[in-house]
Write a protein that binds this ligand. Structure first.
Ligand code: NAP
Length: 329
């Protein structure tokens, strides 16, 4: 299959500025945590990436450990890049991360300079890239001095291995400290990647305010609560769903009756709005100007198409917002 990108690819996507930086990100970005690993069907992942780029999704998010097996999502993405997207490299924002367990011994986990720098070198090899656009500290490390982790991020930028850096799942206080150190080093903190959805609103408790004050962008991961905030589980747990698969991170016991009651009520409001629940869940995040991008996952082109239609209706009435709040508070 030869791929040539759609000439209309920039016609429907919305692009938002990332904090106070020069970088614009698509309102919807695609993550490769699930569905792109060695256990998955390669051609399915490839079709999803083609459709995403054709629809103006310029940002693809990876991490060293995505798979399974760990590293295989980067390898598969590298193949797709080399085969189909090479000539579009300057139209792509590719991110990767290090911070969770990747290899045995004391140097393959958390936030040391040793781990971050060698992990990024490995990621670049797996993807066949000279540089990534964004490199993240994937999680805070309670035992490594923040200075060391931030100096590693600063160094990869100076080496030309990353254009920008960010942090993921840092608390507001940790984010301020990280941004302060990076600022002193001369490499601004571009972006924070927190979990954020209608079912998990921790970022509203200080993080989004901190990011706005510091001029840092945000990209919300698991916006559909890994699929729970869609119609996927309304009739039980399908075998081919994340909760139904042995390799899925979502465990069946996390799909509780209480959550499904909430999801059913939200589904009613989404239908009144003429949207799918997935679309409403994404739009609900994008209503906040501090959210630069919503980082979705998808296991099929159909799901991606459904999610892309979110952009047709991003506004909420006060009454809808109040009713949604009553359901999820
Ligand atoms: N920084 C971090 O620590 C961290 C952690 C987690 C994720 N992330 C990033 O965030 C990205 C997205 O996370 P996520 O995959 O959990 O996001 P998500 O969008 O909350 O969940 C994606 C899953 O929801 C289901 N889905 C998506 N669209 C649907 C639709 N229209 N209708 C029905 N079901 C739909 C699919 O599940 P099925 O597979 O069941 O079809 C899909 O795999 C990841 O790929 C990764 O890049 C980062």
């Amino acid at each position: 299959m030869n791929y040539s990108a759609s000439s209309q690819r920039y016609e429907n996507m919305k692009y938002n500025r990332t904090g106070r930086s020069g970088l614009l990100l698509p309102a919807i970005s695609l993550g490769l945590w699930h569905n792109f690993g060695g256990v998955d069907i390669f051609e399915n992942g490839r079709s999803i990436i083609h459709r995403a780029f054709d629809a103006g999704i310029t940002h693809f998010d990876l991490a060293n450990n995505y798979g399974p097996p760990p590293g295989s999502a980067e390898e598969n993405f590298g193949k797709i890049l080399a085969h189909d997207l090479k000539i579009y490299r300057d139209e792509l924002i590719i991110s990767t991360k290090a911070g969770y367990y990747m290899w045995p011994g004391p140097y393959g986990d958390f936030g040391s300079r040793k781990y971050l720098i060698s992990s990024l070198d490995q990621s670049l090899k797996r993807m066949g890239l000279d540089y990534v656009d964004i490199f993240y500290s994937h999680r805070p490390d309670p035992h490594t001095p923040m200075e060391e982790t931030m100096m590693a991020l600063d160094q990869v930028v100076r080496q030309g291995k990353a254009l920008y850096v960010g942090v993921s799942s840092y608390s507001p206080e940790q984010t301020s400290q990280a941004a302060d150190i990076l600022g002193q080093l001369g490499t601004p903190c571009l972006i924070h990647q927190p979990r954020y959805s209608m079912l998990d609103r921790w970022v509203e408790d200080g993080l989004l305010d901190t990011l706005e004050t510091l001029g840092i962008g945000s990209i919300a991961f698991s916006p559909l609560a890994q699929g729970v905030l869609t119609d996927r589980y309304l009739q039980g747990i399908p075998n081919d769903s994340r909760a139904g698969k042995p390799t899925g991170f979502l465990q069946p016991d996390q799909v509780t009756r209480e959550k499904l009651e909430i999801v059913n009520k939200l589904n009613g409001i989404a239908h009144e709005r003429g949207q799918s629940l997935a679309q409403m869940a994404i739009a609900w995040l994008l209503k906040d100007h501090r959210v630069t991008s919503v980082l979705i996952g998808a296991s099929s082109v159909e799901q991606l198409n459904d999610n892309l239609k979110t952009l047709n209706n991003l506004s909420f009435s006060d009454d809808e917002l109040r009713r949604i709040d009553e359901i999820i508070s």
